[in-house]
Design a protein around this ligand. Structure first.
Ligand SMILES: CC(C)(COP(=O)(O)OP(=O)(O)OC[C@H]1O[C@@H](n2cnc3c(N)ncnc32)[C@H](O)[C@@H]1OP(=O)(O)O)[C@@H](O)C(=O)NCCC(=O)NCCS
Length: 277
């Protein structure tokens, strides 16, 4: 900004954090234009999330579907790195916010954050379909290219579940929502077509997982890919908080990832000594 156009004094302060989300001054709080006292008691937590992220209130059906996806991913137990880290951190003498932040920091491309890439991938298939490519061909072509380049399709595969029990239920609810006209159902169809294409290409089923299934719903509801990851973080934060809190109520101190009688395999140089001085 040139010196000539640069605002001064109070105007410069107002411009510094200009936002369309909230107005606040003494005695007044408005979110996206709605007085907070009108929202309190009338707007559910999922609807509040939608209002904050999208600027408008959702329909009841949209808010319910968002709440369904958020509820599905809250926890996967202490084998999940995010949950294990929350519990380990809680034994280290840090506050609950620190335990939560430590856990949230590992929700990346491979654990909890894969929905972002999954929705980008589904979006590329949707774009091919808009250009006239039939669903099955678009899914097979994009899956084959992805497998050739990257190997791991985001939103598919699970270390424990031959079929992730959350995914078919979420897809069924996405289809119900499509039948009711709440969403189009296109990302649900794309995810199923990708699963079929990968099964055909690899000769075994690599099932849609929770990151992929929630990405389907968030995409159906019109959220862009990066918010898919953000919404997963909001959802998993519930389990992270529950585990950090439960662990903090126990007497354990400084708890490592394994019982102390189980040590790791040392694979480095054999014992050696420094030369005599
Ligand atoms: C979640 C994940 C780490 C689980 O991995 P895993 O079950 O331990 O899988 P492995 O790395 O042992 O792979 C087992 C086989 O399945 C295949 N596979 C697993 N996930 C795959 C995927 N997403 N796309 C393609 N192939 C996959 C592997 O290529 C391997 O095949 P091979 O036996 O022919 O070599 C893995 O599926 C993955 O990275 N998925 C993508 C990221 C993701 O969605 N994360 C969210 C998890 S809830």
């Amino acid at each position: 900004m040139s010196d000539a156009t640069r605002k001064e004094g109070r105007e410069r302060g107002e411009e510094w954090w200009a936002t369309e989300i909230i107005e606040m001054r003494p005695g007044l709080i408005r979110l996206r234009g709605y007085p907070i006292e009108d929202l309190i008691g009338r707007v559910s937590f999922p609807a509040m999330i939608w209002l904050m992220l999208r600027g408008e209130l959702p329909s009841e059906a949209q808010a319910a579907l968002l709440g369904t996806a958020l509820g599905a991913a809250v926890d996967h137990g202490p084998q999940a790195p995010s949950i294990a880290i929350a519990r380990i951190a809680a034994t280290c003498g840090v506050g609950i916010n620190s335990a939560m932040a430590s856990a949230i920091n590992v929700l990346g491309d491979v654990h909890g954050g894969a929905g972002e890439q999954a929705l980008e991938f589904f979006g590329a298939i949707a774009a091919a379909m808009e250009a006239g490519v039939p669903l099955e061909a678009a899914a097979a072509d994009h899956a084959a290219r992805f497998l050739a380049e990257g190997g791991y399709l985001p939103g598919f595969g699970h270390r424990f579940h031959p079929i992730d029990p959350r995914a078919p239920r979420l897809l069924a609810l996405a289809r119900e929502a499509a039948a009711a006209g709440t969403v189009s159902g296109r990302f649900a169809a794309i995810a199923e077509a990708v699963e079929a294409a990968v099964a055909h290409a690899k000769g075994k089923r690599i099932p849609l997982n929770i990151d992929g299934a929630t990405a389907v719903i968030y995409g159906e509801l019109g959220f862009p890919p990066p918010l898919t990851r953000g919404l997963f973080v909001l959802s998993r934060s519930v389990g992270i908080l529950a585990h950090a809190w439960e662990q903090s109520q126990k007497p354990d101190r400084n708890k490592g990832p394994l019982p102390r009688e189980w040590l790791w395999a040392y694979q480095g140089a054999p014992e050696r000594r420094l030369p005599e001085a």
